[in-house]
Design a protein around this ligand. Structure first.
Ligand code: UD1
Ligand code: UDP
Length: 367
């Protein structure tokens, strides 16, 4: 069985990696790794291959950045050529990025079944490009590999047949559990001059937060006040760095004392910073999940989340985009008032094994 695994953007590497390595253990499978090139900066792509021990991709499509239409179309054109040549038996896509939906559409039109890893998540906010990618990918996939029960319920509500839905758990947490010990050797926390539990970690890249000048200014004003109480580490996404320049906010952010603005960092470095942060302030999807597993308080700067389980049983809370609301939540945490959480079922480090078990019994004929 030839299984094509698609990666393209930063979170894909941590989700798909465990499945790739698990498939490698089984002689009946030939996994092929296809990198679309959606992310291409060293610190958004190559660094993960170095740190996660991934072999070089079998195919690199090199599509790069663009508007949604341009990027999605370029991936489709390039990936279709790969499919026509290699004719895999199954295409596995992960998450909700443009590479996910583009490759899924290509595959089904060539009658190649698609497995969607992290299927069924919904924010119910169609202004998010990722929500469109999730809905489209799920409705054309033959194998819907879900991380949590709420995802199964969303899919069933949308009329997807139960026999396509497989609750396997969270593959990104396989990576976390596998690399957690190794991450202890990272020096980044020391290099930044931080001690355990005495700093907060920030990430920011959602268009709704960083592509809107007023919203980005509210967030930076909040950071300015928070930094008076606790040092901040801010590994900045290139999209956000670009927007700081576009809006003329570089000076504003550089002047925040106690805020360390750094390039995106490698996975091992990030895991350690995340694990020992007093709290994390983010709009990332995956980081809501990782903080829940680490038991670190997470404030998510969004109106909604496609990962409600991190709120229901994890350490995550949504925060309104108002300076005072953000500062209020931070003060609560600094005063020791935050919710403890627990780890969702099947986020146990063995998701990739369950994915391969599903593949073992799957009917590969396209229908
Ligand atoms: C993408 C995903 C988002 C995911 C995020 C993870 C989509 C629609 N969005 O957002 O769901 O949460 O990745 O990080 O798929 N850029 C660089 N270097 C790079 C990549 C991007 O400088 O290696 C800059 C470019 O200016 C580019 C911008 O970042 O235009 C946005 O990149 P893009 O891949 O379109 O979306 P992300 O914001 O990275
Ligand atoms: N991450 C990383 N370095 C960073 C920021 C994040 O390795 O500087 C990792 C993080 O541990 C998680 C993933 O990247 O595994 C999350 O990716 P991102 O926030 O870009 O995407 P999202 O999850 O929002 O789609």
């Amino acid at each position: 069985m030839k299984i094509a695994l698609v990666v393209g953007a930063r979170p894909n590497f941590m989700k798909t990696g465990p499945v790739y390595f698990e498939l490698k253990k089984h002689s009946q499978y030939t996994p092929l790794l296809i990198h679309t090139g959606q992310h291409y900066d060293k610190n958004l792509s190559e660094i993960f291959f170095e740190q996660l021990g991934f072999p070089k991709p079998d195919v690199y499509l090199g599509v790069g950045s663009g508007t949604h239409g341009v990027q999605t179309a370029k991936i489709m054109i390039a990936f279709e050529q790969f499919l026509l040549q290699e004719k895999p038996d199954l295409v596995l896509v992960a998450g909700d990025v443009n590479s996910t939906v583009a490759c899924a559409i290509d595959a089904v039109k060539l009658h190649i079944p698609v497995a969607h890893l992290e299927a069924g998540l919904r924010s119910y906010d169609r202004r998010m490009p990722e929500e469109i990618n999730r809905i489209e990918t799920d409705c054309i996939s033959s194998m819907l590999l879900t991380p949590s029960k709420d995802a199964d319920e969303n899919l069933i509500r949308e009329g997807i047949s139960r026999d396509k839905i497989f609750l396997v758990g969270n593959a990104m947490i396989d990576s976390l559990m596998y690399f957690e010990k190794q991450a202890e050797n990272s020096q980044t926390m020391d290099d930044l001059g931080f001690n355990k539990h005495s700093y907060a970690l920030i990430t920011l890249h959602r268009p709704s937060n960083v592509d809107d000048k007023d919203n980005l200014e509210i967030i930076l004003d909040a950071f300015t006040e928070i930094a008076e109480k606790i040092p901040l580490a801010f590994p900045i996404h290139p999209r956000t760095r670009k927007q700081l320049t576009v809006f003329g906010f570089e000076d504003k952010v550089n002047k925040i004392p106690n805020l360390k603005l750094i390039d995106p960092i490698g996975y091992l470095d990030f895991l350690k910073l995340e694990k020992y942060a007093k709290f994390v302030l983010t709009d990332s999807g995956g980081i809501q999940e990782e903080t829940t597993v680490f038991g670190v308080p997470c404030l998510t700067l969004r109106e909604n989340t496609e990962r409600p389980i991190t709120i229901e049983i994890g350490t995550n809370q949504l925060v309104e985009l108002h300076k005072n609301a953000i500062i209020h939540k931070v003060n609560e945490i600094l005063n020791g008032k935050y919710k403890n959480g627990s780890i969702p079922p099947l986020w146990d480090g063995h998701t990739a094994q369950r994915v391969v078990q599903v593949m073992d019994t799957f009917n590969y004929s396209f229908s």
